[in-house]
Design a protein around this ligand. Structure first.
Ligand code: MRU
Length: 473
């Protein structure tokens, strides 16, 4: 991976260059940018709908058009837009990254045959820059370091990482190639063990390899098979998230005389999901439907995905929102009219128990206490029927420094021991419903989840392959 000085949001190794926040602030506040932003999101939604109609092979076009539209909003120059739309590597000015081509890029990633560009989510909201990955190892590193995060997005980029690796390994002798790809797959799956979408995507790529014979003497056949699978995963995900958002929207009440009020945790928008978003996808769908909506955003300690990423995405989308400390959620639920709590998922066990960002479980307890419905919003790729219940979900533990420091500032006495589980498990009985692209699932979740998975697999089998759709591999 091409190195770049990276300020970690928890450890804050370095701060934003002077003026970069100003650029974003200007964009956020100016009325003209607001109009452009609204147009962008409308266009973005339209693109996603079009993607649904022609599921395979159009994601590159979607991402290019999103990049173009975002560039227009953020004022990126024509040459940069041309570079972005041509899929060429962006020019990143390390002294002022927000001034370069990546400033115009808005979705979590884009890629071509040789390179995957990731928005470096550790740097948001101060800087909008991309990190370049050329191998599965680069992608595993990016996942582990949270350059890219959010379970669905991690799954998609893991598939692309494996596709990049299969291409570079295509000249190896078959046995060596097989070992090499299996090692890459293992590294990707191990990078962040709770998010099952990574394993789901990697397993699909391995199945695609097996289908053309993992010891096929022609390595390009294997590489093409992984590439097609990665493209299919991304295209299907875009379509799935859009359907999920519309189903979720239909579930929400229409309060009289006031905006719909949502409380959310962590970040579940396009940065976390690739194209559209899950819980935040529903919020975007509400906005596009002309609904008045207001979102309470949990800051999401310790990594601050709510404060840094959700608030940033909502500001860009023009959605009124209020940031709260996680510990304020109980007060908000007891004193404000909150209609629903919407959260994502990193893994949903076969019985409906759900692992999601640390802090989701106490939020679910509070929501139940106050009679507010809690919806887990997640694609079927987040469902893991091989994990019977929440106790069986492996919980990732992250470095204590993310707790003892906030953006580089130490907040505890030296040597303080800190525990940093990245996820907790919300028991199924605290979940009102699970919104997936295959329907809104209600208790008992066991059979409903099994049906949703069966439907998703059947729908995938019915999709035209990239070859049949006439898409170049
Ligand atoms: O540690 P993160 O930022 O990857 O955690 C993200 C979450 O917990 C999200 O809620 C989850 O991945 C679902 S994203 C639609």
């Amino acid at each position: 991976m091409e190195p770049a000085p990276t300020p970690d949001p928890a450890t804050g190794v370095s701060s934003a260059p002077e003026g970069t926040s100003d650029v974003l602030a200007e964009v956020t506040q100016s009325g003209g940018a607001d109009l452009a932003r609204r147009r962008f999101f409308r266009q973005f939604a339209t693109d996603v709908v079009q993607t649904a109609a022609t599921a395979v092979g159009v994601v590159g076009a979607l991402q290019r058009s999103s990049a173009e539209a975002a560039s227009a909003i953020l004022g990126t120059d024509a040459a940069s837009i041309a570079r972005l739309t041509a899929g060429a590597p962006p020019v990143v000015d390390q002294q002022n990254p927000a001034s370069g081509a990546p400033a115009g890029f808005r979705t979590a990633y884009r890629w071509d045959r040789e390179v995957l560009f990731l928005v470096d989510q550790r740097r948001l909201p101060d800087q909008l820059v991309e990190e370049v990955c050329r191998s599965a190892g680069d992608v595993a590193h990016a996942i582990r370091e949270m350059i890219v995060r959010g379970a669905p997005a991690m799954g998609q980029v893991a598939a692309i990482g494996l596709a990049l690796q299969a291409r570079s390994a295509s000249q190896m002798p078959p046995f060596m190639r097989r070992a090499h790809l299996q090692g890459s797959a293992n590294a990707l799956v191990a990078a962040r063990p709770t998010a099952v979408n990574v394993r789901w995507a990697v397993d699909r790529c391995l199945a695609a390899i097996a289908a053309v014979d993992e010891l096929n003497p022609d390595g390009t056949v294997v590489a093409d098979a992984v590439w097609r699978e990665a493209e299919a995963i991304v295209a299907e995900s875009a379509e799935a998230h859009e359907r999920l958002a519309l189903l979720g929207l239909a579930e929400l009440p229409v309060p009289e005389g006031r905006p719909l009020q949502i409380l959310t945790h962590c970040n579940t928008g396009p940065l976390a999901c690739g194209q559209f978003g899950t819980a935040l996808g529903i919020v975007q769908a509400a906005l596009h439907a002309g609904r008045e909506i207001h979102v309470y955003v949990d800051e999401t300690r310790p990594y601050l995905q709510g404060a840094r990423l959700t608030a940033w995405e909502l500001a860009q989308a023009g959605v009124p929102h209020t940031l709260i400390a996680d510990s304020a959620a109980g007060w908000v639920l007891s004193t404000r009219e909150v209609d629903a709590v919407l959260v994502g998922a990193d893994r949903i066990a076969a019985n409906g128990d759900t692992a999601n960002k640390i802090g989701t479980y106490p939020l679910a307890v509070l929501a139940q206490r106050h009679g507010v419905p809690l919806y887990v919003c997640a694609p079927t790729s987040s469902i893991d029927l091989s994990t019977p219940a929440g106790d069986d979900i492996q919980i990732e533990h992250r470095p204590p420094i993310e707790v003892t420091h906030v953006r580089g500032a130490v907040i505890a006495p030296p040597e303080t021991a800190a525990l940093n589980p990245a996820f907790d498990v919300t028991p199924a009985e605290l979940i009102t419903a699970i919104v997936t692209e295959e329907g809104v699932l209600r208790p008992p979740f066991g059979p409903a989840l099994a049906r949703a998975i069966a439907t998703a697999i059947a729908a995938r089998d019915d999709l035209p392959t990239a070859d049949a759709a006439g898409v170049a591999g």
